[in-house]
Design a protein around this ligand. Structure first.
Ligand SMILES: Nc1ncnc2c1ncn2[C@@H]1O[C@H](COP(=O)(O)OP(=O)(O)O)[C@@H](O)[C@H]1O
Ligand SMILES: [Mg+2]
Length: 300
């Protein structure tokens, strides 16, 4: 539904998005996670057809964001970082305004429907300026979804709202998952983990890691990843670890390797290989979740 291939975006000489590729499918909430300045907003603006690419291919619902910009806009609901709300309009008038602007069929009916969906029906006569920050976010969502888009792009929708409202936004977003493709940006790892099915971490315009959040969750519960440092020649050690049936994945990390597999078996297998080959085990410890590790390093 969202397909980004080798996307590059330059502002003058400065490369804000540096050759990123990722996709998102219907029924999936993908998190775009990265510190401030990572390139999240830039990527999202391009996806909504509001900003041209420097190079690369970006498609939404099969339509190219440049060539078929109007088709893309009809299918995308976008909630920018700062939702442009008109403080002197009523809640209802504001949503209706957007429904008409987007040439929605039966705009009045559709307005009532989204107000109801986002729990704003009883506040429809209130002025936008009187809404709390959390309600404004909901209004932003109502506005973004009034034309029934199949793809939803939410740029840091929980920024500046209190924890209770964060939970509300999370629930609303989760409830939209079934019939939509959702891209959700944030600079907070835990939030992305709670809301998203998959995470793409970007930093300085580049993708630095990608993973499904349920795998991350599993790792916390059963400690599936171990950092192992065995004295000896790197390639040789790597081969030995790689050959262990308990090891499902291996990657270089600091002076040793991070291996993944089934917890207890994994430790046992490492001890065994060390004993069998008369090696010296310098360090073995469970590692925190990989994305968390990477992300913490990035934001520090
Ligand atoms: N219109 C612009 N002109 C020049 N540089 C920009 C512009 N918009 C963003 N940038 C720069 O591009 C980088 C990525 O910005 P942005 O996409 O807003 O990141 P994020 O949303 O992840 O914080 C930042 O270094 C930012 O300063
Ligand atoms: Mg941003």
């Amino acid at each position: 539904m969202i397909e980004v291939k080798n996307l590059v975006k330059k502002y003058g000489n400065f490369t804000a998005v540096d050759n990123i590729s990722f996709d998102a499918h219907p029924g999936e909430i993908v998190g775009l996670l990265g510190p401030n300045g990572a390139g999240k907003t830039t990527t999202m603006r391009i996806l909504t057809g509001y900003m041209p690419v420097t190079s690369g291919e970006v498609k939404v619902a099969g339509y190219d964001v440049i060539e078929d910009s109007m088709e893309v806009r009809q299918r995308v609901g976008y909630m920018p970082e700062q939702v442009p709300l008109y403080p002197d309009m009523t809640v209802e008038a504001f949503v209706l305004y957007w429904a008409r602007l987007r040439q929605t069929e039966k705009p009045k009916q559709r307005t009532q429907d989204v107000l109801e969906q986002f729990g704003l029906l009883d506040r429809r006569k209130k002025l936008v300026r009187s809404l709390s920050k959390g309600l404004r976010q909901r209004l932003g969502l109502a506005q973004a979804l009034v034309h029934s888009p199949s793809v939803i792009i939410l740029d840091e929708p929980t920024i500046g709202i209190d924890p209770k409202q964060v939970v509300e936004v999370r629930e609303v977003v989760r409830s939209l998952r079934e019939n939509h493709t959702i891209l959700f940006s944030s600079h907070i790892l835990s939030e992305v983990e709670q809301i998203c099915d998959r995470v793409v971490i970007i930093n300085n315009g580049k993708i630095v890691a990608e993973g499904t959040t349920d795998i991350l969750g599993e790792q916390t519960h059963s400690g599936l990843a171990l950092y192992v440092h065995i004295d000896g020649e790197k390639a040789h050690i790597e081969q030995l670890l790689h050959d262990l049936p308990a090891v499902t994945d291996i990657q270089l990390h600091e002076s040793g390797f991070i291996i993944r597999g089934h917890d207890e078996e994994l430790r046992h297998a490492v001890m065994q290989v060390v004993a069998d080959h008369r090696l010296e085990l310098l360090e073995m410890r469970p590692v925190d979740r990989r994305l968390e590790d990477i992300f913490i390093k990035l934001v520090n």
